[in-house]
Design a protein around this ligand. Sequence first.
Ligand SMILES: Nc1ncnc2c1ncn2[C@@H]1O[C@H](COP(=O)(O)OP(=O)(O)OP(=O)(O)O)[C@@H](O)[C@H]1O
Ligand SMILES: [Mg+2]
Length: 259
Amino acid sequence: MSEVRIECANVRKSYGRKVAVRDVSFVVEPGDRVGIVGESGSGKSTMAKIVVGLEKPTAGSVTINGRDLGSLMSTRAGVLEYRRAVQLVAQDTTSTFDPRHTIREALRVPAQLLGGHDVVGADQAIAEITQELGITPALLERYPRELSGGQRQRMSIARALVVRPGLLVCDEAVSALDVSVQGVVLNLLKRYSVGHGAGLLFVSHGLPATAFLTRKLVVMNQGEVVENGPTLSVLETPQHPYTQTLVAAYEAIEGQTAA
Ligand SMILES: Nc1ncnc2c1ncn2[C@@H]1O[C@H](COP(=O)(O)OP(=O)(O)OP(=O)(O)O)[C@@H](O)[C@H]1O
Ligand SMILES: [Mg+2]
């Protein structure tokens, strides 16, 4: 695994006349944990897809370790190199897995193609990551439709981590999980990041999970970044009215749990 530094500079994305994000800039330093929060439709998933190269910005740029993502993704070798470095856990896990293959078969593909393992090595890597994520090995032999939403979500995290990426982009990765499992998965994500020196870009509409996990926070509102700074300072002294509302709601929840 190599170090990954991502920089988004003045990114804009339009779908026809609809502008999904405009003028978005932020940096994910190697090994850093950055959160993107904002309400539904604020452009979080659009940014996640742009960072992993699934969507192209209409304007502005994304660079990885100083190299332009657009030119890197223009060759198959570049795409493979990027997929090795940056992995996505997508918001919609139903489309993550091909219904015709078992979960083990689905995990072998990235383990072999991107992780550089043969079949035996791939199964070894799969065993390690499933153990780390507390996944019952028997679930690997199931088909995606035979899993619950929460189980499928964990499998999609396993599929991303089996590659041992330098940056993991999570789009609402814990939203389908019940609260007790959420805590377990959040701890695992943090442990992966700290233990492997890997970066984490954690996209979520939930401030509590994001606050727990990240060191920096990017707050989006209607396609724009309204706040960008260390998580603790954003929580302590939110500047923008939208962030103030978000933090007030978060404090109300925290107050209830503390009581
Ligand atoms: N393929 C698309 N075609 C047209 N509009 C799109 C497309 N993808 C996203 N949009 C629009 O762009 C805006 C941002 O969408 P996005 O999915 O990034 O929001 P989000 O912050 O991830 O929301 P949520 O919290 O609901 O997941 C929305 O208004 C959405 O309708
Ligand atoms: Mg989204």
